[in-house]
Design a protein around this ligand. Structure first.
Ligand SMILES: CC(C)(COP(=O)(O)OP(=O)(O)OC[C@H]1O[C@@H](n2cnc3c(N)ncnc32)[C@H](O)[C@@H]1OP(=O)(O)O)[C@@H](O)C(=O)NCCC(=O)NCCS
Length: 174
């Protein structure tokens, strides 16, 4: 497995990856049916302007994980990386690939993006695996967005905003 910077040509393979990950409810916000090439190309173009994206590629050349974050695009948020999203193929979740991808991207932020002071994401309350994962990587909970998520069964749940702050967290996390 190798981790490398994402390329625009990865879009079709990324669509397959995001569709496989979205099959399991409770993780990514988008449903499988809402994963289309426009979504993938949309975040890749935002990344190109002001963001970062890395993929994990298996020895056989398959994309098995992707992570990205980008600046919202206006001056007052130019020190912020937002919309952080990470997706690991269900067949290889829990094997350390997400952590490796995360550490690679955050090391890039720390060492090569001195202007980035804040990295932020939102995760639904019931995604305890991801909440613990982000906390172990130096992100802190910043409150709750009440009933922001509607689940496929119609139930509503809170979204939890989290952030890594350069001045507080340092990197890598302890
Ligand atoms: C959440 C996700 C990105 C984590 O990536 P991963 O490669 O599966 O995780 P890793 O194997 O690197 O494990 C990292 C940490 O996650 C937690 N974790 C991983 N698998 C877990 C499991 N099955 N049960 C509980 N915790 C688990 C652990 O805290 C682990 O820390 P450790 O290394 O100290 O054991 C991945 O599972 C995923 O893509 N899930 C579906 C999509 C999703 O939820 N994205 C985030 C939306 S906000």
């Amino acid at each position: 497995m190798q981790v490398r910077a994402t390329e625009l040509d990865d879009a079709p393979a990324l669509l397959g990856l995001y569709q496989r990950v979205a099959k399991n409810p409770g993780g990514l916000a988008r449903l499988e049916a809402e994963m289309d090439i426009g979504y993938i190309e949309g975040f890749l173009s935002r990344v190109q302007v002001a963001g970062l994206s890395y993929v994990a590629e298996s020895e056989t050349g398959n994309l098995i994980a992707e992570m990205h974050a980008y600046s919202p695009g206006i001056e007052c948020f130019s020190h912020v990386l937002s919309e952080l999203t990470i997706a690991v193929d269900p067949q290889v979740q829990g094997a350390g690939i997400g952590r490796q991808l995360f550490l690679t991207l955050m090391r890039h932020v720390v060492e090569r993006c001195p202007g980035v002071v804040r990295v932020e994401l939102i995760v639904r309350r019931s995604n305890e695996k991801a909440l613990r994962f982000y906390e172990s990587l130096g992100f802190q909970r910043e409150g709750e967005l009440r009933l922001r998520i509607k689940n496929p069964d119609g139930s509503l749940e809170d979204d939890i905003p989290m952030a890594w702050l350069r001045e507080q967290a340092g990197y890598p996390p302890p």
